[in-house]
Design a protein around this ligand. Structure first.
Ligand code: ADP
Ligand code: MG
Length: 159
């Protein structure tokens, strides 16, 4: 199906493999019931993620509702490096958070595809590629000058 592709869900615990310690935390949401996920190519995608945060959350700017939208890079697939057997969707939000947001509702609008999923010989190579993915995502979203564009309203909780 064409971009943008949407999914949403509660931020749950992931594989607990310490992505955060590697400097690349990934917010996991369930993929069950997302119609386009099965057919999506395994790989790295970019777009926007919006979080419905508790009123007390330090990363909530003075927005009227409790939603805040950020650029993101997303991995869809089996993550061969970690030999997963179930398909996962993990979102690295391009923002430095003062506090975790487990349990919060997340809306994701996928704008495009960066690259297919690769296997890696070591974790350093994996991290190096993810850093590049983050740059590609930032630049693509800037160049588009779309901002969240038409997706903005949905990302901020409407519809
Ligand atoms: P898990 O295995 O539980 O997914 P991670 O090490 O991948 O653990 O950390 C993910 C958690 O870190 C998220 O659920 C979220 O609460 C928090 N977090 C903090 N900063 C970010 C970020 N920039 N992107 C994604 N998640 C983040
Ligand atoms: Mg994770």
């Amino acid at each position: 199906p064409p971009f943008p592709l949407r999914m949403e869900g509660e931020v749950i615990s992931g594989f607990g493999r310490g992505s955060k310690e590697l400097g690349i935390p990934t917010a996991n949401i369930p993929v069950t019931g997302v119609p386009w996920i099965e057919g999506a190519e395994s790989g790295v995608y970019f777009g926007y993620a919006s979080l419905h945060l508790p009123a007390s959350h330090p990363d909530l700017s003075s927005s009227s509702n409790n939603w805040r939208t950020f650029p993101m890079v997303m991995s869809i697939g089996y993550n061969p490096f970690y030999k997963n057997t179930v398909r996962s969707a993990e979102v690295h939000v391009l923002h430095s958070f003062a506090k975790d947001f487990y349990g919060s509702w997340m809306r994701v609008s996928v704008s495009g595809f960066i690259r297919r999923e690769l296997d890696y010989v070591d974790v350093e190579s994996l991290i190096r590629d993810i850093r590049v993915d983050c740059e590609v995502a930032r630049r693509s979203l800037e160049r588009g000058a779309w901002g969240p564009g038409k997706e903005g309203k949905w990302l901020e909780g409407e519809g």
